[in-house]
Design a protein around this ligand. Structure first.
Ligand SMILES: *Cc1c(COP(=O)(O)O)cnc(C)c1O
Length: 419
């Protein structure tokens, strides 16, 4: 059977051991009731059907118990964040001690920089990718200014080479070897939101640490997409959101990782609230501050249970399926997508994302020469939900949890027709 046929795609879906998962999600539909071809799980993951039940449970317990729900709820609210820790740690390859779910991504980046961006007069610069997500750029610029430095002068951009789209790790090596004495922090997107490039985190950590720079990773496009093995990578800290590949709803909470080597360092500067105080004495209310070990030592507030319930619903699914199986399917699905795109007989299309599956997650960023946003509108009219980045890039993420080989096939057929 030829690979570029609907029959082949449907056959792949039949053989896919994870195809049953699609049923467990709400797939948005058009007015006639046809499923959208949804490829924006890298922006907002779809809703698992069980999420409603998980949130309803907490609404019911709140209705039935009021404040007593902190202890009497089916899933007591007092330790609720702890129910998420182990499963989240597995997803990012960390020890439970190193991980906590709290706040939102940019907030967590700031809290982590309070601890891990400790500039001196001489060593104060921050390295980011030139294509860093705007929020990360604004965050580090504001940190520079907060510490009295010039936001432009203090920022070093790791850029792709002339005429290239992807980052080359040797260029980071060169930046750090030449300017490392002035660099305090590398804050790098583990999977770049624009190109989909998955960088070698271990190598980044080694490069940073060779000149005593702290190394932080933004995993917004990595968590639930690739298996980053954060602990073994040796990076100092990481943060991510849960509404992209982790399917926990718009604006939902983020996750944070602090490497074990910093877990018991009570001398680290940090911002505090009652929730990073020793939970045994938290309610004595008169204790001198006693910071918790590990990731929990960065919490400030008691956690929002309704949002956490949605995260719990999603993490329970990830835990059942496992990242290994998801990655296995993801490599096949994106590989098939890439194959079909490359079959299109045109010189207008170029995939920016690395072709090596080890250097990417599920997303492909497809550059279409001489295209403008009307292409995006036409895709949308055809029920294809993708993300358009000016001037000419379609970001498209087939997610192994709910996208099918047929989705991918149909998408490419329509794109072909539009070109
Ligand atoms: C999605 C995303 C964000 C969004 O940050 P929030 O604080 O959750 O709004 C930040 N950085 C990166 C790299 C992202 O992909």
């Amino acid at each position: 059977m030829h690979k570029a046929t609907l029959d082949y795609a449907q056959q792949q879906d039949k053989e896919d051991k994870l195809s049953y998962l699609r049923e467990q999600f709400h797939i948005p539909k058009d007015k006639e009731g046809n499923d959208w071809l949804y490829f924006t799980g890298n922006s907002l993951g779809l809703q698992p059907k069980q999420t409603q039940k998980y949130i309803q449970q907490e609404l019911d317990d709140w209705a039935n118990y009021g404040v007593e729900g902190h202890f009497e709820a089916k899933n007591p609210w007092m330790p609720y964040h702890e129910f998420l820790t182990e499963k989240m740690a597995k997803i990012v390859g960390a020890k439970p001690l190193e991980v906590v779910v709290m706040n939102t991504l940019t907030t967590n980046l700031h809290l982590l920089m309070v601890s891990f961006y400790q500039p001196t007069k001489k060593k104060y610069k921050i390295v980011i990718e030139s294509d860093a997500f705007p929020s990360d750029r604004y965050a580090v610029q504001s940190q520079l200014k907060f510490h009295g430095f010039d936001a432009d002068e203090g920022l070093i951009e790791w850029k792709p080479r002339e005429g290239e789209e992807l980052l080359n790790i040797e260029d980071l090596e060169q930046i750090v070897s030449e300017q490392g004495d002035e660099i305090a922090l590398l804050l790098i997107g583990g999977v770049n939101y624009y190109t989909g490039q998955y960088l070698d985190l271990k190598r980044i950590a080694e490069i940073g640490h060779s000149k005593d720079c702290m190394v932080g990773i933004d995993l917004a496009h990595g968590a639930g997409n690739i298996s980053p093995e954060l602990h073994d990578s040796g990076v100092d800290f990481a943060a991510w959101c849960t509404y992209k590949y982790l399917n926990s709803g718009p604006g939902s909470l983020g996750g944070l990782f602090v490497h074990e080597k910093h877990a018991h360092n009570k001398e680290l500067p940090r911002f505090s609230g009652w929730w990073n105080h020793n939970k045994e004495t938290r309610f004595n209310m008169r204790q001198p501050f006693d910071v918790m070990a590990g990731g929990e030592g960065w919490q400030l507030s008691n956690p929002p249970i309704l949002s956490m319930a949605a995260i719990k619903a999603s993490l329970d699914m990830f835990d059942k399926v496992g990242m290994e199986a998801l990655r296995g399917k993801s490599e096949k699905l994106t590989g098939y997508f890439e194959f079909l795109i490359n079959e299109i007989d045109t010189d207008r299309i170029k995939i920016i994302t690395p072709s090596n599956p080890k250097e990417r997650g599920c997303q492909l960023s497809i550059q279409v020469k001489n295209a403008d946003k009307s292409l995006h509108h036409k895709l949308t009219e055809n029920n294809i939900i993708t993300d358009w980045r000016e001037p000419d890039v379609i970001r498209c993420a087939p997610v192994p949890m709910y996208n099918s080989f047929e989705d991918v096939f149909r998408m490419v057929e329509i794109l072909k027709g539009l070109l």
